[in-house]
Design a binder for this molecule. Structure first.
Ligand code: FES
Length: 337
């Protein structure tokens, strides 16, 4: 897995074409401007895309890893979002050049005899290549796929071609809420459950898995922070004026070893916010601990991780942290910045 200790390549790619994948979903087909092969990727991988405005956004690769000259992304237009999807839908056209970092895979497909995939809306993007891999292999699989309406649900034709009998499409306007138990009940212990979609869907899948199979943790990918994660806004990230603080939001010092700065992170301000006093261009994107853009190497100290990016083992190792939401368990952290 590429991470801050082994950074992924930075690529300059051309938008070969844009495709309307569904209501509100735009597909981008990216290629090397000189037709070179693109770095290999596996199902679950995503790209970090720097938009013309400088915004950084992360999008799952939804195409076929066997197509070595094309990356395909699917972007849902979110008028109430932070502007990235609006920019893509309105200003990114065929011929545009985009700076891209990746592919990075934090949502890998583990080997299993059987897969249960559950997708909500644009959450289908990382799951489609997984479905393709499962359909090409010997594993049994099923997909429960919900969306607001049938016409808002992307890639329906591809899914039908991959094995329509294994796919249950359940648009909310005609089917109501997804019947998660219909998928989970009867699964053998060897099955792997994968879910991507809105926070409510992921929480429901996690809850039902915990109730039905206490020993099995579903594999999930989030577009928003987990309900129990520390919200960056509440820590003042990016605003410089946050005031809310929880009972465990003690202050600590951070040393930026390469810059030579030592800063104090007071209660109520995020580490990222304080680091920007010395390094205004330190990269970030989601500022919710879900994208990995702000992953930073830790040289000393014990991070207090609050992100949904690192695995439990990676958090325990403490080699890196997401500085948009993470803090320090001790009085001092030393970062490789
Ligand atoms: Fe996304 Fe920190 S900016 S994890």
């Amino acid at each position: 897995m590429a991470d801050v200790l082994s950074p992924p390549p930075v690529l300059r790619l051309r938008v070969r074409d844009t495709v309307r994948e569904a209501d509100g979903v735009l597909g981008l087909l990216l290629e090397d401007p000189w037709g070179a092969r693109l770095p290999a990727w596996e199902p679950g991988a995503h790209l970090e895309v720097r938009l013309p405005s400088g915004r950084i956004r992360h999008y799952s690769l939804s195409g076929d890893p066997g197509d070595v000259r094309t990356y395909r992304l699917g972007v849902l237009r979110d008028p109430a979002g932070r502007g990235g999807s609006e920019e893509i839908h309105t200003s990114v056209l065929a011929g545009c050049l985009l700076e891209v970092r990746g592919p990075v895979n934090r949502f890998p497909l583990v080997p299993a005899e059987r897969y249960a995939f559950i997708a909500g809306g644009i959450g289908i993007t990382p799951l489609l290549p997984m479905v393709r891999a499962a359909a090409a292999g010997r594993s049994a699989w099923s997909l429960l796929y919900g969306g607001r309406t049938l016409t808002s649900m992307a890639y329906r034709d591809e899914l039908a071609a991959l094995g329509g009998g294994n796919v249950a499409l359940a648009p909310e306007d005609t089917h109501g809420r997804l019947d998660i138990d219909s998928v989970l009940r009867g699964l053998p212990d060897t099955a792997a459950v994968y879910c991507c979609g809105p926070a409510g869907l992921i929480a429901a899948v996690e809850s039902r898995c915990a109730a039905l199979f206490p020993a099995r943790t579903p594999h999930v990918e989030r577009f928003t922070a987990a309900p129990d994660a520390a919200p960056a806004a509440a820590l003042g990230s990016g605003s410089g004026s946050g005031s809310a603080s929880g009972p465990d939001e003690g202050g600590f010092d951070v040393e930026l070893r390469r810059s030579g700065a030592v800063l104090h992170v007071p209660p109520g301000r995020s580490l990222l916010d304080v680091v920007r006093e010395a390094l205004p261009s330190v990269p970030s994107s989601c500022e919710q601990g879900i994208c990995g853009t702000c992953e930073t190497k830790v040289l000393a100290g014990e991070p207090d991780h609050r992100d949904s990016v690192l695995s439990a083992a990676e958090k325990a190792a403490g080699n890196t942290m997401m500085i948009c939401v993470g803090r320090s368990k001790g009085s001092r952290l030393v970062l490789d910045l």
